[in-house]
Design a protein around this ligand. Structure first.
Ligand code: 5GP
Length: 211
């Protein structure tokens, strides 16, 4: 599907602390025609609510290391010092082949790596409205121990402190409907930049014929 451009599709990075609601906002972006998701590989085990190949490709440590050694990842990182997560390059190739803007839902370390390798990529940071609300959401998920929640809150603080370095946009997820509209608006506006519309303008000019 054409997004009205002749140049490489957008590489959209979405990150934010766990509990910031970034997965929901990524879904909102994916509702826009002309987008596709990158499916990460992870060595963590599958949660009961997750189907393999949908949220993640679940792989063993050995499989992950072999993929990394073969250079198959655009970026990879160890998250919470426990499990490895990586973005296979094949999703970028697929995005270019299909002409679809690709969305990477990755952590801040991954975002920094992608921005370095692909400076034209666009990073969107999702902020929770407050520390209290973030803690409330993490507890409500009922997925983590107290120790894990403390670890996630500490990581959230570090990610928020570092965000200005890498991120082009910031969405505060206090109201999911409004935040979802903002996330979609960012992508729509990016598609309308003059640089991305240049080919369209040339085409239009050509249709006027020579002066
Ligand atoms: P969870 O285990 O809760 O699904 O994810 C933990 C963290 O890993 C989240 O911040 C998530 O965005 C991040 N993550 C997921 N996939 C990737 C990836 O491919 N690369 C990196 N660097 N982080 C990822």
């Amino acid at each position: 599907m054409s997004t009205g451009t002749e140049i490489a599709p957008l590489v959209l990075i979405v990150s934010g602390p766990s509990g910031s609601g970034k997965s929901t906002l990524v879904q909102r972006i994916l509702e826009l025609p002309g987008t596709m998701a990158s499916i990460s590989c992870t060595t963590r085990s599958r949660r009961a609510t997750e189907a393999s190949g949908k949220c993640y490709d679940f792989v063993t440590e050995a499989e992950f290391d072999a993929m990394a050694a073969r250079g198959e990842f655009l970026e990879y990182a160890r998250v919470f010092g426990k499990h490895s997560y990586g973005t296979p390059r094949k999703w970028l190739e697929e995005s270019r082949k299909k002409g679809l803007d690709v969305v990477l839902e990755i952590d801040v370390q991954g975002a920094a790596q992608v921005k370095e390798k692909l400076p034209e990529s666009v990073a969107i940071f999702i902020l929770p409205p407050s520390r209290e609300e973030l803690e409330r959401r993490l507890r409500e998920r009922g997925q983590d121990s107290n120790e894990e929640i403390a670890r996630r809150l500490a990581k959230a603080r570090d990610e928020i402190a570092a965000f200005g370095k890498y991120y082009d946009f910031c969405v505060v997820n206090d109201d999911v409907e409004r935040a979802g509209r903002e996330a979609q608006a960012i992508v729509i506006a990016l598609r309308c930049t003059s640089a991305r519309r240049r080919a369209r303008v040339e085409q239009l000019l050509a249709s006027f014929g020579r002066e």
